[in-house]
Design a binder for this molecule. Structure first.
Ligand code: TRP
Length: 448
C-alpha cells in the first residue's frame, strides 16, 4: 500500500461521500453557466439529446478509464501512470497537473466574481445597471481580492484531508445545492415568461447538429463538465475501496452532472424571458450569467433579490467543490512524489496557482484564452487516457470487474472495445477543434 505522510493512504469514509465529492467536482460553473447557453445555441433539445449520447458513449467509458487507473494504482496521476505504464507515461501525469494549475487559476477568478455578486446582492441588492456593474466587478483590483479569497477557502478544505476536508464539505454542500436548484426550477416554472424561456432553450433544431463544430463543442463541454481529461476522477478514485462498483458510481455521477446542467437551464431561461432580458444573452455567455440574470433579478424587486442571492450561493457551492477537486490533483501529486505534508503541499500549490490567477483576474482577454486552452488540454488529456487504458495499461478490465455485478462483468469486453476503438478517434476530433478554438480566441483578443 502507498504510504503517505508516514501513514496509510487516506480513503473516503462512505460511498455517498465519494459520490458527492465526485459530483461536487463535476457540478460547477460548467453546468450552471456554460451548459444552458451552449445547449440553447447548439440546437436545443437536439443538442441535449446529442449530449446524452456523448455522455453515455464517451463520458462514462472515459470516467471508468480514469477510475481503473486511479483505484488500480492507488496513486495520484503522475505516480499512477508511471506505475502502470512506465516512466514516459508519467509525463502525461505532469500534463494533468499543469492543466489543473491552469484551470484553477482562472476558475477561481470567475468564482470570485460570483462571490462578489452574492455579497453585493446581500448587502445592497443587485445593481440597476447590470452591464456597468459587471464591468466594475471584473475590472480594477477588486477581482484580485475575491480570487484570493476563493483560493484561501479552497486551500483550507484541501489541507484538511480527504475525509475531514473534501468528503465532509461535499456531504454538506452538495445537498444544499440540489435543494436550492430544485426550488428555483419550481419557482421559475410559475413565471409568465417560462414557456418562451423553455422554447428558446429546448426548441429542437437539427441543422446545428450537422455542424461538426457543434459536435466537437458538445464533446468538449462533456469532458469539462464531467471533470475528465486531467486526472481528477483518477485521483478521487485512488481513495476508493475495491468493493465499490465503479460502473454504478460512474453512471450516477454522470447523470447527476447532466441533471444539474439541464435543470440550471430550466431556471435561467424562464427568468431571462420573463423580464425580457434576452437581448443581453446573445452578446456572450459571460454576459448571460452576469448581466442578463442579475438584470432580471433587479426587475423582480424583493423576491428577485432573494432568488438571486440563492442562485449565486448555489453557484458558489458548485464552484468551490470543483475548485477543491482541481487543487486535490495538484496536492495529491506533490504528496505522492515528494512525501511532504498535505498541509504544506496544498498551501504551496495554492499560492502558486493564486499567483498565476493574477493574470486572468486583471485581464478578461487573458481569461478567455486560458479557458479555451484548458478545454483543448482536457481533450488532449482525455485522448491519451483512452489510449493508455485501451492499449497500454495492463489489468484495466480486471480492475473494472472488482466490486462489479455479474451483469456488468459481461459488459466489460464491449466497454474495453469502446475505449480502444471509439474513444480515441472521437476525442481526437474534438481536440483538433478545441485547438482551433484556442487560436481563434487568441487572435480575437490579441491579433491585429
Ligand atoms: N467540472 C467542473 C465544472 O463543470 C470544472 C472542473 C472541476 C473540471 N475539476 C475539473 C474540469 C477537472 C475539468 C477537469 O465546472
Amino acid at each position: 500500500m502507498q504510504q503517505n505522510e508516514g501513514g496509510q493512504r487516506e480513503y473516503f469514509n462512505t460511498r455517498i461521500g465519494f459520490i458527492l465529492a465526485a459530483v461536487g467536482s463535476a457540478v460547477g460553473l460548467g453546468n450552471m453557466w456554460r451548459f444552458p447557453y451552449v445547449a440553447a445555441e447548439g440546437g436545443g433539445a437536439a443538442f441535449v439529446f446529442l449530449y446524452i449520447v456523448l455522455t453515455l458513449a464517451v463520458g462514462i467509458p472515459l470516467m471508468l478509464s480514469e477510475f481503473s487507473v486511479g483505484r488500480g494504482s492507488r496513486l495520484a496521476p503522475i505516480g499512477a501512470l508511471r506505475k502502470l505504464g512506465g516512466g514516459s507515461w508519467s509525463l502525461l501525469g505532469w500534463m494533468y497537473v499543469f492543466t489543473g494549475f491552469l484551470i484553477l487559476a482562472y476558475y477561481s477568478v470567475i468564482a470570485g466574481w460570483v462571490v462578489r455578486y452574492a455579497v453585493d446582492g446581500i448587502i445592497s441588492g443587485f445593481a440597476a445597471e447590470p452591464a456597468t456593474h459587471f464591468g466594475e466587478v471584473t475590472s480594477g483590483i477588486g477581482p484580485v481580492y475575491f480570487h484570493l479569497g476563493v483560493m484561501a477557502a479552497t486551500v483550507f478544505i484541501v489541507s484538511m484531508g480527504v475525509q475531514k476536508g473534501i468528503e465532509r464539505a461535499a456531504l454538506v454542500l452538495m445537498p444544499t445545492l440540489f435543494a436550492i436548484l430544485i426550488f428555483l426550477a419550481i419557482w421559475a416554472f410559475t413565471l409568465d415568461g417560462a414557456v418562451e424561456g423553455y422554447a428558446f432553450y429546448l426548441r429542437p433544431s437539427l441543422s446545428e447538429l450537422m455542424d461538426p463544430y457543434i459536435l466537437a463543442q458538445a464533446a468538449g463541454q462533456a469532458f469539462y463538465s464531467l471533470s475528465l481529461g486531467m486526472g481528477c476522477m483518477l485521483t478521487f478514485s485512488s481513495y476508493l475501496s475495491s468493493e465499490e462498483n465503479l460502473n454504478k458510481e460512474a453512471t450516477i455521477i454522470a447523470f447527476s452532472d447532466f441533471g444539474v446542467a439541464f435543470v440550471a437551464g430550466l431556471v435561467v431561461f424562464p427568468v431571462i424571458f420573463a423580464l425580457g432580458m434576452q437581448g443581453d444573452v446573445s452578446e456572450s455567455t459571460v454576459g448571460a450569467l452576469f448581466i442578463a440574470l442579475p438584470g432580471a433579478f433587479v426587475e423582480m424587486g424583493a423576491m428577485g433579490r432573494v432568488i438571486g442571492i440563492l442562485f449565486f450561493i448555489a453557484l458558489i457551492v458548485g464552484a468551490l467543490t470543483s475548485a477543491v477537486s482541481l487543487l486535490e490533483v495538484v496536492t495529491a501529486s506533490v504528496i505522492d512524489e515528494t512525501k511532504i505534508h498535505r498541509r504544506t503541499a496544498s498551501i504551496v500549490g495554492g499560492i502558486l496557482i493564486a499567483l498565476l490567477g493574477l493574470l486572468p483576474a486583471l485581464s478578461l482577454d487573458f481569461l478567455g484564452v486560458m479557458d479555451r486552452l484548458a478545454e483543448a488540454l482536457l481533450a488532449l488529456g482525455a485522448f491519451f487516457m483512452a489510449v493508455f487504458v485501451g492499449w497500454v495499461a495492463v489489468g484495466a478490465s480486471e480492475e473494472l470487474k472488482k466490486g462489479a455485478s455479474e451483469r456488468f462483468d459481461r459488459l466489460v469486453p464491449s466497454l474495453m472495445a469502446t475505449i480502444r476503438w471509439v474513444l480515441p478517434p472521437v476525442i481526437l476530433f474534438a481536440a483538433v477543434y478545441a485547438f482551433i478554438a484556442v487560436w481563434r480566441e487568441y487572435m480575437q483578443a490579441y491579433g491585429g
